[in-house]
Design a protein around this ligand. Structure first.
Ligand code: PMP
Length: 407
């Protein structure tokens, strides 16, 4: 086997499809978000405005979050020193889990090292716990949920995105007594649309299913205390398992589920992705807890965030850009071609100091490549104007160049 060529060929195929990923080397400076320092390939350093961060509210730099992390490091050092079962559970983890259970008004919460692992480990473990399980998964669920459903080794039914009539058809056709889990998201991260929470809860009641809701792009951002769309819509008690991240609106890192005590105890006892890995560093748990508690009482930030997103959409539409319909803070601008998408992104960065990562297949379907903009309360009107002026300057030129490159 020529291993070298196999690896090189794999990358060549990715490149040929225009979806080879290049990381922007960025340094966020505390207090300056959304401005960051970008180091170019030839080692030069420039200030850029970041338009694609999932630290949606800039919480990762909020003094109370940063100070609680520093204090935790000063008090207890760096790592947790073990898995949660073997010496790695600290007061910080326990208190953060309490804070998250309170946020979602559930008996318990359980921390994982990321939202990805929370989804993958929990969904896979449901398959072990519920013999004969049938999993009903929205077709646009995140990769971590897809991996979890695969890992559950159970029967699965994929329902068309947000199509509750299709979901009902599939539920009605399944054996009445089989255990069922409906897995879906509240805010879909690439289109910015919202799942039909209430209708899914109604179907879950009718067909005796559990509901599993990924609120990764909603926690911190929706609801009076930031518990997500289920809180906003008064449905928290009807969602059996809520999954979230500490790495996006909360600005730190880690993932979790919140649910009733029996569910959490079973996942805690059986999920390899929880059991066999080192616990989060205490400082991350301290920072995340500070952030969660802060946002419970900072509804004004959520309002500012919504205002920024709405006015960016209005401004881009008025300037003639194809903003995709979005019900949320996510502002996707459709480009529809991977090469063009990357070119626009490169030119915005090189020529205007505007950083927005191109979103290509497989993150989104081919032909729907886009710029995914995520304005925060810290993006000013002047930054909005600068963005639109920069798009006006590069869009046509990039289209011509991409046409030449492809032709
Ligand atoms: N679910 C969804 C819908 C996501 O978009 C992501 C991250 N992109 C995750 C889960 C994983 O969360 P984390 O980044 O905390 O691993």
């Amino acid at each position: 086997m020529d291993y070298q060529s196999a690896f090189q060929d794999a990358v060549r195929r990715v490149k040929a499809e225009g979806r080879y990923r290049v990381f922007a080397d960025l340094l966020r400076r505390k207090g300056d978000f959304p401005v960051a320092r970008w180091r170019t390939e030839d080692g030069k350093v420039r200030d850029v405005t970041v338009w694609c961060s999932n630290d949606y509210l800039g919480m990762g730099q909020l003094p109370c979050v940063v100070e609680s992390m520093k204090k935790a490091i000063d008090d207890v050092g760096s790592g947790a020193g073990g898995t949660r079962n073997i010496s790695g559970t600290t007061h910080y983890h326990v208190e953060l889990e309490r804070s998250l259970a309170d946020l979602h008004q559930k008996d318990s919460a359980l921390l994982f090292t990321s939202g990805y692992i929370a989804n993958e480990a929990t969904l896979a473990t449901l398959g072990k716990i519920l013999p004969g399980l049938i999993m009903f998964s929205d077709e646009l669920n995140h990769a971590s949920m897809i991996e979890g459903v695969k890992g559950a080794r159970c029967e699965k039914r994929i329902w068309r995105h947000n199509d509750v009539a299709h979901l009902e058809e599939l539920l009605a056709a399944a054996p009445k007594d089989a255990p069922k889990v409906i897995a879906f998201e509240s805010v879909y991260s690439m289109d910015g649309d919202i799942g039909p929470l209430e209708a899914v809860c109604d179907l879950a009641d009718k067909y005796g299913a559990l509901t599993y809701l990924d609120e990764v792009h909603a926690v911190g951002l929706y609801g009076l205390r930031g518990a997500g769309i289920a809180e906003r819509d008064g449905l928290m008690d009807r969602i059996d398992i809520i999954e979230g991240t500490l790495g996006k609106a909360f600005g730190v890192m880690g993932g979790y589920i919140a649910a009733d005590g029996a569910i959490v105890d079973a996942i805690r006892s059986l999920a390899p992705g929880f059991i066999f890995t080192t616990a989060l560093p205490p400082a991350l748990a301290a920072g995340a807890r500070a952030s969660v508690e802060y946002l419970k009482a900072a509804h004004h930030l959520r309002e500012q965030h919504q205002e920024r997103a709405a006015s960016l959409k209005t401004q881009l539409l008025a300037a003639g850009y194809p903003v995709m319909p979005s019900d949320t803070h996510i502002v996707p601008v459709k480009v529809g071609d991977p090469v063009l998408c990357k070119r626009i992104s490169d030119m915005l960065l090189d020529e205007h100091g505007i950083y927005v990562q191109p979103i290509n297949y497989p993150t989104v379907p081919r032909g729907t490549e886009r710029l995914r903009l995520t304005p925060s309360p810290l993006h000013t009107d002047a930054m909005f104007d600068q963005l639109v002026e920069a798009l006006d300057d590069v869009w046509e030129r990039a289209s011509e160049q991409a046409g030449v490159a492809r032709g």
